[in-house]
Ligand binder design. Sequence first.
Ligand code: G6P
Length: 607
Amino acid sequence: MCGIVGYIGNQEAVPVLLNGLAKLEYRGYDSAGISVYNDGICTIKAKGRLAMLSDKINGEGAVSSHMGIGHTRWATHGAPSDRNSHPHNSQSGKISVVHNGIIENYMELKAFLGENGYHFVSETDTEVVSQLFDFYYDGDPVGTLRKVIGKIRGAYALGIMCSDHPDSLLAVRKDSPLLVGLSKDGNYIASDIPALLEYTRDYYLLDDNEIVFLTKEGVTLYDLDGNQIQKDIFHVTWDIDAAEKGGYDYFMMKEIMEQPEALRKTLLPRMTEDGIRLEALSLTEEEIKNFNRIHIVACGSAWHAGIVGRYVMEEVSRIPVEVDIASEFRYRNPILSKNDLCIIISQSGETADTLAALREAKKQGVKVLSIVNVVGSSIARESDDVLYTWAGPEIAVATTKGYTTQLSMLYLVALHFAKVRGTIEEERLQECLQELRLLPKKTAEVLKLDGKMAELAKKYAQSEDVFIIGRGLDYAAAMEASLKLKEISYIHSEAYAAGELKHGTISLIEEGTLVIAIATQERLFEKLVSNVKEVKARGAKVIAITTQGGCAMEQVADEVIYLPKAADIFTSSYNVLPMQLFAYHTAVERGCDVDKPRNLAKSVTVE
Ligand code: G6P
């Protein structure tokens, strides 16, 4: 995700901002910029590394200032470019804004501001914030910010400068991290602690919609009604390494815990009160109605997401779907025809085999829709349509939030297609949309299983083989769970369609073999109970993952993990979460390098 730094105090602002941004570089970014005050707002931005920004600043001569805001951008709305980099200024030049998050209603606000004479220069959602602030500005910065907050919807961490008030900075956050650093030399804002550790260890950790007014002498906090509030100071004892990981031991755990936020960012901007809005989709209703077949192509976890996608797509939009591993697809001389659609899934957007598969599909004249996390990546650029997952940068090699946001995007596409093709009843559609709205919150609930999964990992970490079984969507989850376990803990693990067990694999079950049974599909629940009985009879130890109400499992399994109830097609978003946690804790127990497993790369750009 993007990084924010802001400073007001006795020191020169430019080095403080650049230094703070440099400390956030590990999170990944594609462009950077700063605004400082020097007889007016001076904004300098550059696509590329921070060194490019520094060169540009030096090229324009030293800018002396004692306050400013800075940003490293990881593109969401609009490709990486100087123009789309932050800060974004109002057309009057009086307001400058840095922003992390997504303003969900930016299109409406842009239209409203356009009618009021505002012109936009970037493709970003952020620019509406500076223009809106300018529109409502009445001389009172805190009051104006309250009005702006009343109009914007979505997730935001904002740092704001107003040239009428060169002795103060403003900030606020909602569903996107922001903290305030306090020191004798001045005061700071930042999206993450590493940016400021060199300057201070004393922080205010902001709650949603707390407004911050910073001067060099002090910080005042207000609630949304404009009442002054008091907060405790949080003293940080972490070193820089722990701070980069948000206090977690590994990026993987940080990213697991970021899933509710990532899902919120991926889903909510695409949902209206009663429907789905996929603005980036250029496919016409006619094309969607005429699709005969969909080919989903991907590698690794993205392929597993594709398998879930097939179930969901076929269930709600009634289009036959084939799912292929990209390295197989590209060499199997696939038969594609005019009314087919190819959906490419890739977190990095750079996987060589997936890119080659995309080119094969295009060569055969088929439209390509990609689901990608990295804006401006090769796959994104070469596709006809791109839907970004907006999960933020993923640093751990084993994907977690990348995978679950891919699933959520597939739900949106499937439901959109179903609506256009008339294959879903309005009532069921509304139920599905409601389930999607609850997904981030329910994900946060499920992640509370962390302690329990750590206990189980401790107990079973020395297993030599683990079999993970499930049926239907639970089989797809089993594949992803097995890959996670293999990737980071190096335990031999196999995923099996539970009904297929008796055709061979059951011969490998002996006294003490660990079997994990995933049973969240209501209509297949009893079948899974029978499969668990079969392996128990051969001496297996069984951990079962099921939904609330699946008590019959308690009589057969050794341990039962309960997930919240959800309509069958959405269980895939939950059943994988305890397994991410289990794989993580097992790897930690075994002393493995969780974030950088042996022999693996985050982005496989070679065949
Ligand atoms: C690598 C990663 C996996 C990922 C796969 C596909 O193998 O380790 O976590 O699922 O590549 O990557 P992509 O970036 O295309 O989703």
